[in-house]
Design a protein around this ligand. Structure first.
Ligand SMILES: [Ca+2]
Ligand SMILES: [Ca+2]
Length: 84
């Protein structure tokens, strides 16, 4: 089952054991469970040096090169536009 907030649970059909794990949604810099325009705005403001927090900075590193920069913003923008 996917609750959309970055966690998943699975239940064993035989024993009923419930397993929960956390997963990352790339681009979801505010960790609200989805990639939206607000993530782009937050990343843009962060890149401009405004006092905003990237709740999940690893999710902002879209190309996973260890740096958060304008290229990640472009990839995030492209990812969002590609969804619609
Ligand atoms: Ca988000
Ligand atoms: Ca990067």
């Amino acid at each position: 089952m996917d609750d959309g907030i970055g966690t998943r649970t699975r239940t064993c059909k035989d024993c009923g054991f419930v397993e929960t794990d956390v997963y990352r949604i790339m681009g979801d810099v505010d960790c609200n469970g989805s990639v939206e325009v607000t993530d782009i705005i937050r990343l843009l403001r962060w890149l401009h040096g405004n006092k905003v927090t990237l709740t999940d900075p690893i999710a902002a590193d879209m190309d996973q090169n260890g740096r958060i920069d304008i290229f990640d913003l472009g990839l995030l923008r492209r990812a969002l536009l590609g969804k619609k």
